[in-house]
Design a protein around this ligand. Structure first.
Ligand SMILES: NC(=O)c1ccc[n+]([C@@H]2O[C@H](COP(=O)([O-])OP(=O)(O)OC[C@H]3O[C@@H](n4cnc5c(N)ncnc54)[C@H](OP(=O)(O)O)[C@@H]3O)[C@@H](O)[C@H]2O)c1
Length: 440
């Protein structure tokens, strides 16, 4: 890099001026001097683009060039980096990302859906073009967890990485816990307050957490992103009764994304799952409430690292976006996934069956004799050892009873087999809800 380009302003263009885009403008304007000192040169916004030019965004847009078509931002001569803050795995965000890299410009994005689906291809393109591709804000918003893994924990083998990756789900679960209210009721309130999207499916069904987990796993293990193999269950089936039951047993319920390398067989495999878990009161993740996110990484030398903070919001997300810009201003191009794409391992997915653990299973059963014996027999035949069995009160529906079982530690495959034996049983009025109990 020429000496002048090391001190000349880093010129950026913003594609998308919504919550995060406007937040990035506010942050760059408010902290301009501090950013310039730390980056070694100013970061200067030159051009912007969104759908509606006339929209009041609470920031003065008149000093920036407006482009109606975001695709051409990267082709402008006065732009070094395009910051994509539109969202969506494909469509204009992906087109903008591709044209930017093809034009030989760096790309910063907060778009987890796009990185989970197309991150490898974009990284290949960026490596070939020798430009930066950075996406710190795509995982856990303002928490510098990608930097934490890529830099701070870079010397470690990561034994397990897991955490609370979706603020909307965590807000809903912790509010259900505090108030005893139902999932539907709390979700409706979260939507009214703007904490949940009008279409909450991506969040509550676990897809958003799965996008983030697949990115984290790739960084932690040096593997190719494999979003399609993330086993994903959301929080829509959790009832107030499950939360009360978990509380009586000494747990809270949290949606946890977890990735582990399984090196027990001849070929290493990658386990990735998003699922509600019972988290013991004394585990650090049990105290992560509201819209907060937290990620635990267990390094073989660092020990347990806990990253916690705001997983969303204009300020925290802008903080992560601008951290990436500062890295680029300093000249850090680096491989987007730490390891060049050609060297990332392609691990086959590991099934959950080999895992040992304790499981919470909630059955919704008909209120009649013999049901308990039928469930106990299935557990016995599958080799599942029951630690406790709780049948409390009646469910909301007439003639329906909730029955919760906590198993002793054993293979998850045994629980799966027990549930298979019970499939089609007239005693069960709905599919059982299965949650793992988070171990130490
Ligand atoms: N919000 C958060 O807290 C957060 C946290 C972490 C990551 N992220 C990620 O950051 C990205 C942006 O999120 P956000 O919350 O800022 O979204 P947002 O408020 O909905 O803003 C999206 C922006 O993109 C523009 N846009 C949408 N579709 C477009 C199209 N077809 N052509 C041109 N412009 C278009 C919109 O233009 P108009 O304004 O003109 O309509 C708007 O300015 C997403 O990838 C999201 O997953 C967000």
């Amino acid at each position: 890099m020429a000496e002048s380009s090391k001190t000349a302003p880093l010129r950026i263009a913003l594609a998308g001026l919504g919550t995060v885009g406007a937040g990035v403008i506010r942050l760059i304007e408010a902290n301009a001097a501090l950013i310039a000192r730390r980056a070694g040169r100013p970061i200067q916004i030159t051009a912007v683009s969104a759908r509606d030019r006339g929209k009041d965004r609470g920031v003065d847009m008149t000093r920036y060039v407006w482009e109606d078509d975001m695709i051409i931002l990267g082709e402008r001569e006065d732009v070094d980096v395009v910051v994509e803050l539109v969202g969506g795995s494909d469509g204009p965000a992906l087109a903008c990302a591709r044209t930017t890299i093809e034009a030989g410009k760096a790309l910063v994005t907060a778009n987890k859906a796009m990185i989970a689906h197309h991150g490898l291809k974009l990284a290949e393109m960026a490596e070939a073009a020798k430009v930066a591709l950075k996406f710190e804000a795509a995982v856990a918003g303002g928490i510098p967890v990608i930097k934490g893994l890529r830099e701070g924990a870079a010397a470690n083998e990561i034994e397990r990485v897991y955490g609370i990756l979706n603020g909307t789900c965590n807000y809903i679960l912790s509010t259900m816990e505090d108030t005893g209210r139902s999932f539907a009721d709390v979700l409706a309130e979260a939507q009214a307050k703007g904490f949940a999207e009008a279409d909450p499916a991506f969040d509550v069904e676990g897809t958003d957490a799965a996008h983030k987990l697949s990115i984290l796993a790739a960084i932690a293990y040096g593997t190719r992103i494999d979003f399609a193999s993330v086993e994903t269950a959301g929080i829509t089936r959790i009832r107030a009764a499950d939360i009360a039951q978990a509380d009586a047993l000494g747990y809270v319920i949290r949606l946890i994304g977890m990735a582990e390398e399984d090196r027990s067989g001849e070929t290493p495999r990658l386990f990735q799952r998003v699922q509600p878990h019972l988290v013991p009161f004394d585990h650090p993740l049990a105290h992560v409430d509201g819209a907060t996110n937290a990620v635990v990484a267990e390094g073989n030398y660092s020990g347990r690292l806990l990253f916690q903070g705001a997983g969303a919001g204009d300020g925290p997300t802008a903080s992560a976006v601008v951290a990436d810009l500062i890295d680029i201003a300093r000249g850090d191009i680096g491989a987007p996934f730490s390891v060049p794409v050609s060297e990332l391992e392609a691990l086959a997915p590991a099934s959950s069956g080999h895992r040992l653990g304790r499981t919470y299973i909630r059955f919704t059963v008909a209120d009649r004799p013999g049901v308990l014996a039928e469930i106990a027999a299935a557990m016995r035949d599958a080799g599942v050892s029951i630690e406790s069995l709780i049948q409390k009160g009646r469910a909301e529906a007439e003639g329906e009873v909730l029955l919760a079982i906590v198993t002793h530690e054993g293979p998850e495959s045994a629980v799966t087999e027990a549930l298979r034996l019970l499939e089609g049983s007239a005693s069960l009025t709905a599919a059982p809800l299965v949650m793992q109990i988070l171990g130490e």
